[in-house]
Structures are given as C-alpha cells and as structure tokens.
Design a protein. Structure first.
Length: 146
C-alpha cells in the first residue's frame, strides 16, 4: 500500500458571501418612485369644474346671469353616439333641434347623465350643441357604472 502524500497546493477556504444592500436599496427606491407616479392623488370625479371668464365680453357689458338654482327642466342621458331624452333615443344630428327647444324653455337647464359607453367626444358634441343654443344651465352627473 502506498501512503497518501500531503497536497502541495494549499486549499483556500472561501470567506462567507456578504449580501450587498446597495442593489436592494436601489430597486426599492425605483419601485417607490414608480408607484408614486402611477397612483392618483385625487379622484377625478371629486374635482369641481368651474366656468372660465368670458373672453369676448366688452368692458361696458354686464356679466352673464347666474344659472338657475332650481331643478333641471330636462334630463338627458349621453350614450355612445346618441342622446336619450324623454325616453326617446336621438342621434347627434338632432342635437341642434333639441338644444334650441331647451333654450326656448329658459328654465332649469339640462342635467346630463353619462353612460359608461359614452366617450369624451360624445360629451363634447352635446356640450357644444347646448352652448351654441345658449341653454342657461348644464349640469353633469355620472350614470350607474361610471
């Protein structure tokens, strides 16, 4: 039997691996910034919309009359490409006629209820038609599921 000879090359023992905290802190900071930027601080449904000042009003003209505080005289539901008024569905081509009829009543104004399918462009079309007909008051309300 041969005797085993001792190893000539010394064996290095590894020191324990140290966990570096810098990459972990960097990742946590990036996640913090991401969630701060992606979260909404105020729900948009709670923001109030105020009408701007009339830019075409002359110096001698009186300000526009205040909107009536009473209940609206009509309730319109804005859907995708249509308005539902008085239980009937009208396309946007009928908006000038409906708006003129509302302006002729000159009381209470219109309450617009939005449906979930209504797009922003649908609301803009309805609001433009009501503004062109000089409807005294327009109120907005979200519909069910909005």
């Amino acid at each position: 039997m041969q005797a085993r000879s001792a190893s000539i090359i010394p064996i290095r023992r590894r020191k324990g691996y140290r966990f570096a905290l810098t990459p972990l802190a960097d990742a946590m900071f990036q996640l913090l910034i991401f969630f701060m930027l992606s979260s909404s601080l105020a729900p948009y449904s709670l923001m109030t919309l105020k009408p701007g000042a009339a830019s075409q009003r002359g110096a001698g003209e009186s300000p526009a009359p205040a909107a009536p505080a009473g209940p609206p005289s009509a309730i319109w539901t804005v859907d995708a490409g249509a308005v539902i008024a008085g239980g009937q569905r009208f396309g946007f081509d009928a908006l000038p006629r409906l708006s003129a009829r509302m302006a002729a009543q000159d009381d209470g104004g219109v309450l617009l209820i939005t449906r979930p399918a209504a797009r922003v462009q649908d609301m803009v079309a309805v609001l433009e038609a009501l503004s062109a007909a000089n409807v005294p008051a327009v109120r907005l309300a979200p519909g069910l599921g909005s």
